[in-house]
Design a protein around this ligand. Structure first.
Ligand SMILES: N[C@@H](CCC(=O)N[C@@H](CS)C(=O)NCC(=O)O)C(=O)O
Length: 99
């Protein structure tokens, strides 16, 4: 489990922020892995997801993003559901050691 990230105000932050619609589908696989790993995460509401998508690409954490997008506190921002799952698999040592 990860804990203890703080924002610039000194407030505790979740380990991850998941930008996805309040629906299952692609984001649900990511929620399942985060829950399995015992991570804590925030999910901004649909308006925040829309606002993020309507930013200029250069102002998005991942330019031309489409949900899901995962932002790790103090770390990387990743879009594309398979890439997010590979990242979490390595991050939480969930990947098989042999093919
Ligand atoms: N290839 C992307 C597809 C992302 C995608 O199509 N996201 C849908 C929701 S499941 C969406 O809301 N797209 C909004 C858009 O493309 O404007 C992935 O695997 O993450």
């Amino acid at each position: 489990m990860l804990t203890g990230h703080r924002d610039s105000q000194g407030d505790t932050m979740a380990d991850f922020t998941l930008y996805y619609w309040p629906l299952p589908f692609r984001g649900q696989f990511i929620r399942a892995v985060l829950a399995h790993a015992g991570a804590d995460w925030d999910e901004p509401d649909a308006d925040a997801v829309s606002d993020m998508m309507s930013r200029e690409p250069a102002d998005q954490p991942v330019p031309f993003m489409a949900p899901p997008m995962l932002v790790e506190a103090g770390g990387v921002a990743i879009a594309q559901m398979p890439s997010i799952l590979f990242h979490l698999g390595r991050r939480f040592d969930l990947m098989p050691t042999e093919p």
